[in-house]
Design a protein around this ligand. Structure first.
Ligand SMILES: Cc1cc2nc3c(=O)[nH]c(=O)nc-3n(C[C@H](O)[C@H](O)[C@H](O)COP(=O)(O)OP(=O)(O)OC[C@H]3O[C@@H](n4cnc5c(N)ncnc54)[C@H](O)[C@@H]3O)c2cc1C
Length: 450
């Protein structure tokens, strides 16, 4: 008599929060649950209602911090162990979810990381090379190629430059119609490339041009775009984790685009580290003939008028920044910071409070709604260190804070902190720097002694 084995149903378990791992990213797990088994606590952490949970793991999949896990009762664990030991046993396999399968196939058609190489009259915006460094990291994690996208007129040389900054290959769209940036022409060419070559990730600078092209292209190809990212990473399902300040900068949100491709992100200049340039690197160039015709473009460039004033100060590109906040007490006191900046060969920046008070122009504002800076030295004078200011300067190589309040949050990111009145401390630093400069060097002293 043949023994008929009764199929054993595989237990699903219940979701459970792993203590200390939740980053309160904004209730993605709650909205992903098909049976409303997740409620959010006041602190933004999920509470799993185990009588409702069906162990579908949807919440685990969306969690960017891997803060949820599936746990089994001792009885369920016993069944799992039994199933594992009975390899010949009749195990009831889970039904494949056709919707999930179709989605996986759709997403799998997109591969590779792209960086848009922004150029004006052949001069590349540095942010493009910064993104090439981050793009290289993402491509290596995913095990795919990193491609540069170069669009312009007589810009073939920039493909070679892209290889030096880490690209494996470059898509080149070259022609007189792309001489000046015009949304219609660039979007048409860019979307043609996306449709043909299907990248999974596209990174662009959060500059005027980058923001314009990214927004219009994402709309055209019907995908998601996260602007002003400050962090980029890859999760276990090869989704791009796009971190950026949210709710006025009070929290950092990690945003995913897990149902559409490509995943598009913009990043401001100086947020990502500039990679080392490797001379003589080579790569593959893919020249693409564009469908764009001059007659079809409604916008015509008649004249270029530069808005750069002769005294234009580039806070974002400065190596030394002396910034002042509300603690400066008035516009006239910024002359003191200018003196210190002159000693260091740097420029003067400001917090938003100082800009709002009319003490400094908006171009000098550092922070979430100002410039992101990454100087060698950042000296914060009379700045409290609100999160919106910190996101714009916390990646500086060396931060020195001067504040009379010893509990000011700026000291949490400062490498050196001086608790004191800036109107005493700053003049003392200036006079010290001047006296050091006037002292003879060791070599000069040797000559005098000889
Ligand atoms: C959506 C949004 C975007 C924002 N974007 C930005 C942004 O881009 N950049 C930005 O900076 N802010 C931004 N803010 C504003 C931010 O929240 C803070 O209000 C601002 O940064 C505070 O500026 P502050 O540090 O100069 O002023 P305060 O917070 O008033 O701090 C002044 C500091 O000066 C110190 N001080 C006073 N007198 C002296 C003295 N004699 N010597 C030494 N220390 C002294 C005080 O102890 C205090 O810590 C934004 C806010 C929002 C909501």
């Amino acid at each position: 008599m043949t023994e008929i084995k009764k199929p054993i149903k595989k237990p699903h378990g219940k979701a459970r929060l792993i203590e200390g791992k939740c980053i309160a990213c904004g209730a993605r797990c709650e909205s992903s649950c098909p049976v409303n088994a997740i409620e959010m606590s006041a602190g933004g952490e999920p509470q799993v209602l185990s009588d409702k949970c069906i162990g579908c793991v949807k919440c685990l999949k969306v969690c960017p911090a891997q803060a949820l896990e599936i746990c089994f009762t001792p009885e369920e664990q016993r069944i799992l162990d039994e199933l594992a030991s009975q390899q010949g046993g009749a195990v009831m396999e889970e039904e494949p979810d056709p919707e999930a399968q179709a989605l996986a196939e759709k997403l799998a058609a997109y591969r590779g990381v792209w960086v848009f190489v922004e150029q004006t009259e052949g001069e590349v915006a540095k942010v493009s090379w910064e993104l090439m460094g981050k793009g290289r990291e993402l491509a290596d994690t995913l095990g795919v190629q990193l491609s540069a996208v170069v669009i312009g007129d007589r810009v073939e040389a920039l493909c070679g430059e892209s290889y030096c900054y880490g690209a494996d290959q470059a898509y080149l769209v070259d022609g007189p119609v792309f001489r000046h940036y015009r949304t219609e022409a660039y979007v048409e060419a860019f979307c043609q490339l996306i449709d043909e070559y299907r990248p999974e990730i596209i990174l662009m600078g959060a500059t005027g041009m980058g923001r314009d092209l990214a927004g219009a292209s994402a709309t055209r190809v019907a995908t998601g775009l996260t602007a002003d990212c400050t962090g980029l990473g890859i999760d276990a399902q090869r989704n791009l984790m796009q971190t950026r300040p949210a709710f006025g900068g009070n929290i950092m949100a990690t945003i995913m685009c897990d149902k559409f491709r490509p995943q598009m992100a913009t990043v401001r200049p100086h947020v990502m580290q500039m990679p080392e340039r490797r001379e003589a690197e080579t790569g593959r160039m893919i020249r693409v003939t564009s469908r764009v015709r001059e007659e079809a473009i409604l916008t015509k460039v008649l004249e270029i008028i530069s808005d750069r004033k002769s005294d234009h100060i580039d806070v974002a590109g400065a190596e030394f920044i002396v910034s002042g906040g509300r603690g400066m007490m008035g516009k006239e006191n910024f002359a003191l910071l200018q003196e210190l900046a002159d000693e260091l060969g740097g420029v003067v920046g400001a917090s938003r409070s100082a800009v709002d008070a009319g003490w400094m122009p908006h171009e000098r504002q550092v922070g979430q709604t100002g410039k992101t800076v990454r100087p060698k030295i950042y000296i914060a004078c009379g700045i409290s260190g609100a999160i919106q200011h910190l996101v714009g300067m916390q990646d500086s190589d060396l931060i020195i804070a001067i504040n009379r309040d010893k509990d000011a949050p700026i000291f949490e990111v400062a490498h050196y902190g001086i608790v004191g009145d800036l109107f005493q401390v700053v003049p003392a630093i200036i006079s010290d720097l001047r006296s050091r400069r006037n002292q003879p060097s060791a070599q000069e002293r040797l000559c005098v002694n000889a």
